[in-house]
Design a protein around this ligand. Structure first.
Ligand code: KIV
Length: 238
């Protein structure tokens, strides 16, 4: 997939997974963005293993041709044993790959997951599971120290055998540079056009979560408005 444009989207249920698969999306992620766009939490840190498993099972029932990946939620991979146990739970629920946030800081966990035969996707840059520690969603890679750390993390994931790495809110220039420096595909979100792939939260693409839209997303549909209009029309028609 390196060098090819890889489109990826999130899905959290059966119909969305089936629709995205029928539209030919090759990578579908049951992301922990589930917490905000489906479960109504403030951020991803409240999402539990049970919640992710429940939605992975629903998505997997669509039997997509796409690779179905799932996020290891907050604090579910703090030790190697936990990471392995929880990655296996996601696979048992129907995930074909797992994603977790971090590079060098979780290298033993990543290596254990990959050694167990579970494909692994990394996640670098802005790490939503660290939003509370970081005090917000901040662009990464503006300064040399951050660029060095990102490159070291990306190389660590590459050497461990990750199948790809999500780059979230990395400066477009450095995301492009990183993409050229590593052999595994980069999948950008808010990181400019020069990554190998792009991933979005499906609700952001469809305008289905009108109360918050990340500034790097231009929704292609106003699904929330259309829904309101249809419901109001139906209400007044009965
Ligand atoms: O949780 C999520 O949806 C993600 C993204 C990269 C979209 O991690």
């Amino acid at each position: 997939m390196k060098g090819k444009k890889l489109p990826a989207l999130t899905a959290y249920d059966f119909p969305t997974t089936r629709l995205l698969d029928e539209a030919g999306i090759p990578l579908i992620l049951v992301g922990d963005s589930l917490g905000m766009v489906v479960l109504g939490y403030r951020d991803t840190t409240s999402v539990t293993m049970e919640e992710i498993e429940h939605h992975v099972r629903a998505a997997a029932r669509a039997k997509p041709n796409a690779l179905l990946a799932a996020d290891l939620p907050y604090h579910s991979y703090q030790t190697v044993d936990e990471a392995l146990k929880n990655a296996r739970r996601l696979v048992a629920a129907g995930a074909e790959a797992v994603k977790a946030e971090g590079g060098l800081s979780i290298e033993p966990q990543v290596r254990a997951i990959i050694s167990a035969g579970i494909p692994f996707i990394g996640h670098l840059g802005m790490l939503p599971q660290s939003v509370l520690e970081e005090g917000g969603y901040r662009v990464k890679g503006k300064i040399e120290a951050e660029q060095k750390a990102l490159l070291a993390d990306a190389r660590c994931l590459e050497a461990a055998g990750a199948i790809g790495v999500v780059l979230e809110l990395v400066t477009p220039a450095f995301a492009g540079e990183l993409t050229r420096q590593i052999s595994i595909p980069t999948i950008g979100i808010g990181s400019g056009p020069d990554c190998d792939g792009q991933i979005l939260v499906i609700h952001d693409l469809l305008g289905l979560f009108p109360w918050f839209t990340p500034r790097f997303v231009k929704p292609k549909l106003n699904a929330a408005e259309q829904m309101r209009a249809v419901v109001e029309e139906w209400k007044s028609s009965i």
